[in-house]
Design a protein. Structure first.
Length: 397
């Protein structure tokens, strides 16, 4: 009974995948949860409230006013009652309304009033899911703190095959179980994470940097936070937001990140060095903008601080140190050399040869290397990759 006593608001929208809501309800109730369904008018075209009420033993909520006698359904009360809200299936239309606050039905007003965590399981055709507007709405909702349960690739109602098929009911329920039962496995632990690029100034308007978006590091910070850890996130110049309970330190240069990392690692149980730190800086930073000249420009470059090596030297017996390696060739050999040289417990390897991963991408494909073994993973969304990495961290911490 892994969801014993939990109160779940299940939102159902107008998708053919609505029939799978019956299986979600059954699984939640089997695991001890109490389920209250809120369905959109379009959702009722795909599955009847009678079926849903029979499974939940509760009246299904769809309209603001259930009768003409003055009684009404309070979205505010539902937001206070629930331990979690799950919207499955969630259509592209509902995603857009949630992202922009268009409160034109009971489900959206309940979402906007929800005090508890919200889980979203999108379901739609592959082109709708891939459309930039849908992807932008998903990113917005994720930045709001919602948990996105990514759809899978498979055969769709349109007869096409691709990504957009709602995750299977048992996996969706497992996401709830993971949140309620596994998210506190790092409670009491202090985790330091670096993320994003660093910028090394050439002059007031130019810098040496790289293409890192910080998405992987921020996903790791959120995953540790979900599991109850006290997280310190040292972020280079990125345009990402994080949960307010994460202690964020914004830096620009490697020097700034180095000092923040050394200071905060002293009291940490583990550090994950995910930032793409610039390896070089100019010997001299000009105070004025360098003007274009016929002879071009020659820069003298010096090495920046080696943050991983510095933390590896001061690492205590019970501390864990995790590094990242982005390679273009001889990937495993180079990663293992870095593991040993920097005194890391394990290293996460990315390869530039895996297209659609690494810089700027929402996906990643990694291998985790240690002195004992090497584990290769499939290409996944970076939030899922973060779970794999933190699962490995938990074994060691």
């Amino acid at each position: 009974m892994t969801l014993q006593g939990k109160k779940i608001v299940l939102g159902i929208t107008g998708s053919i995948a609505a029939y799978k809501a019956c299986l979600i309800i059954r699984e939640c109730i089997k695991k001890g949860a109490e389920v209250q369904v809120v369905i959109t008018p379009a959702g009722k075209e795909f599955i009847t409230p009678i079926t849903l009420s029979a499974l939940t033993h509760k009246p299904v909520i769809s309209d603001f006013f259930a009768q003409r006698d003055g009684t009404w359904n309070s979205h505010v009360d539902l937001g206070l009652w629930a331990d979690a809200m799950l919207i499955a299936p969630c259509t592209a239309s509902t995603l857009g309304k949630m992202a922009t606050g268009v409160a034109d039905n009971m489900l959206i007003t309940t979402y906007l009033s929800m005090k508890a965590p919200v889980f979203i399981a999108p379901a739609m055709d592959l082109d709708m899911f891939a459309h930039p507007s849908t992807q932008a709405n998903l990113k917005t909702l994720e930045n709001y703190g919602n948990h996105i349960i990514q759809p899978q690739s498979g055969f769709l109602a349109s007869g096409l095959e691709g990504k957009g098929r709602m995750e299977e009911p048992e996996k969706i329920v497992q996401a709830l179980e993971h949140f309620f039962n596994k998210d506190l496995t790092l409670k009491g632990k202090k985790i330091l994470i670096t993320a994003g690029p660093t910028y090394e100034k050439i002059d007031p308007v130019r810098f040496i940097g790289n293409y890192s978006s910080g998405k992987m590091g921020f996903a790791l910070a959120e995953e540790c936070h979900k599991r109850g850890a006290e997280v310190t996130l040292i972020a280079g110049p990125v345009s990402l937001s994080c949960s307010k309970d994460i202690h964020r330190i914004d830096v620009e240069s490697c020097e700034e990140m180095y000092h923040a990392a050394v200071d905060n690692y002293k009291n940490a149980d583990a550090a994950i060095l995910c930032a793409a730190v610039a390896d070089f800086k100019t010997a001299k930073t000009e105070k004025k903008k360098i003007k274009r000249g016929k002879d071009g420009l020659t820069l003298e470059l010096l090495p920046t601080q080696d943050i991983a090596a510095a933390l590896g030297k001061i690492k205590k017996k019970k501390q864990v140190l995790v590094g990242f390696a982005l390679e273009t060739n001889d990937e495993r050999d180079n990663a293992m050399k870095k593991l040993r040289k920097k005194n890391l417990d394990f290293i996460v390897l990315n390869s530039m040869r895996n297209k659609g991963t690494c810089f700027q991408s929402d996906d990643n494909q990694i291998s985790i290397l240690s002195e004992k073994d090497i584990v290769d993973y499939e290409k996944k969304n970076k939030n899922e990759v973060a779970r794999d990495i933190i699962d490995e961290l938990e074994k060691r911490i």
